[in-house]
Design a protein around this ligand. Structure first.
Ligand code: AMP
Ligand code: MG
Length: 408
């Protein structure tokens, strides 16, 4: 029997970050940076006005006040856009628009609201502080600064920054390509009528959806019957366009557990009992000339999706170029009693109830059978019961893995 952590380490040992590619900015959204991005420019690129108003010398307007306006000639006009550098002669002002370069010699901008808005002369009724309403060159980004570190998953705000520093392309790890195979003679695609004894293929769809939720390019590779030749054919046909193959079913100890029977014989995939509930039978290894990573998950729908959270998720993060950190967890207080098998880490399907100013309460939902897919759908988290705990009691604190994270 392997511990959860040992099996996770086995899974991570068969993957490494995918070789990086140079993508155009919008194609790089949600990908993970494979380079430290160093800015070749400063931001702002030049001192500019943050208001529509008048660029002034402080010494010319220092005495301006509501009862004592200062009137000055407007010597020029400057608007946003490529332009000549301008300078401000003493005793004059330059009318300036938001984003326009501040003339040399000006120390501040007086917003139009503090003036009469004049075009040839202007009455100023308030004095700005030094530098007020001027955005200084380089105050946001200095030339040569690292603005984004390798390992950053690019969100829209990162794409905006890359564009702002002038990058049209960026080096990232591509999205992992995942193929899911559902195995089982009983499986029928959703949409087809069920014969007696038939089962709709929940896992194929659930696993593809879970992989896409993490930003992978995932596809369903089909339903494979419990037949060694059919399984090998299906596997070999998908190896060429997959960075990871995930199978469900056929890994326990039955006479039709073909995945285990066939792949164990090839010698590059190991099958283990893992001290976890649900999801005990697991397999991990590589297949084919490219040594494509393969994870074989158990067939019960709850087992297969919980296994995804614990084992496939960190593998996908690694392929995508991110650290294989544990999924985000919150600490909650048990709101009921339940039992957990000795020596196994239990992932209890549960709901979290928030309490203002206190830890949330975690309560199991539905039954805990590994076939209860509706109970899983009703859960919002997996409560993690450590190996040494056999009886959870109200008030016990548990780490809970959130199921609806909305991350990639
Ligand atoms: P197995 O691991 O192949 O022995 O399957 C264990 C249980 O999970 C059986 O009840 C199967 O019918 C069920 N099962 C296996 N694969 C799927 C699937 N893709 N969708 C829904 N149930 C499945
Ligand atoms: Mg089966």
């Amino acid at each position: 029997m392997r511990t959860v952590d040992e099996h996770l380490a086995d899974c991570l040992s068969v993957v490494s970050p995918l070789p990086s590619v140079e993508l155009r900015l919008l194609d790089a959204l949600h990908r993970v940076l494979a380079e430290d991005v160093v800015s070749s420019v400063e931001l702002p690129g030049f001192g500019n006005s943050s208001m529509d108003g008048y660029a002034v010398r402080l010494s010319d307007v220092a005495s301006a006040a509501p009862g004592h306006p200062v009137t000055l000639p407007v010597a020029g006009d400057v608007t946003a856009g490529p332009t000549e550098r301008t300078s401000l002669s003493p005793g004059t002002v330059t009318r300036i628009m938001t984003g326009a370069p501040v003339p040399t010699g000006a120390d501040a901008v007086v917003p139009v609201e503090w003036t009469d808005g004049g075009a040839t002369t202007v009455r100023i009724t308030r004095a700005p502080a030094a530098g007020q309403f001027v955005r200084r060159a380089g105050e946001d980004v200095r030339t040569g600064a690292t603005v984004l570190a390798a390992g950053t998953r690019l969100a829209p705000r990162h794409v905006a920054l890359l564009a702002a520093v002038g990058r049209a392309t960026v080096r990232v790890h591509p999205a992992p390509r995942v193929v899911v195979l559902s195995t089982g003679d009983e499986l029928v695609p959703p949409g087809d009528d069920l014969p007696f004894g038939g089962v709709h293929d929940a896992n194929g769809y659930g696993l593809v959806a879970a992989a896409r939720d993490l930003g992978a390019v995932a596809r369903h590779g089909g339903i494979v019957p419990d037949d060694p030749q059919a399984l090998l054919r299906a596997l070999w046909s998908v190896l060429g366009d997959a960075d990871l193959v995930v199978t469900s079913g056929g890994v326990s100890a039955g006479t039709r557990d073909t995945v285990k029977a066939v792949l164990a014989g090839l010698g590059t995939v190991r099958f283990e009992k893992v001290a976890v509930q649900p999801g005990m039978p697991q397999g991990v290894g590589v297949l084919g000339p490219a040594r494509t990573p393969v994870l074989t998950l158990p067939g019960n729908p709850v087992s297969s999706l919980v296994s995804f959270e614990i084992f496939v998720r960190p593998v996908l993060r690694t392929l995508a170029g991110e650290p294989a950190v544990a999924p985000p967890a919150v600490t909650a207080v048990a709101g009921a009693s339940w039992s957990s098998p000795p020596g196994k880490r239990q992932f209890t399907r549960a709901v979290l109830t928030e309490r203002p100013g206190d830890l949330p309460v975690v309560t199991p939902v539905g039954g805990q059978g590994a076939h209860l897919v509706a109970a899983l759908a009703g859960a919002t988290c997996l409560a993690v019961v450590p190996e040494e705990v056999t009886d959870v009691r109200p008030g016990h604190e548990l780490a809970c893995l959130l199921l609806d994270r909305g991350d990639r």
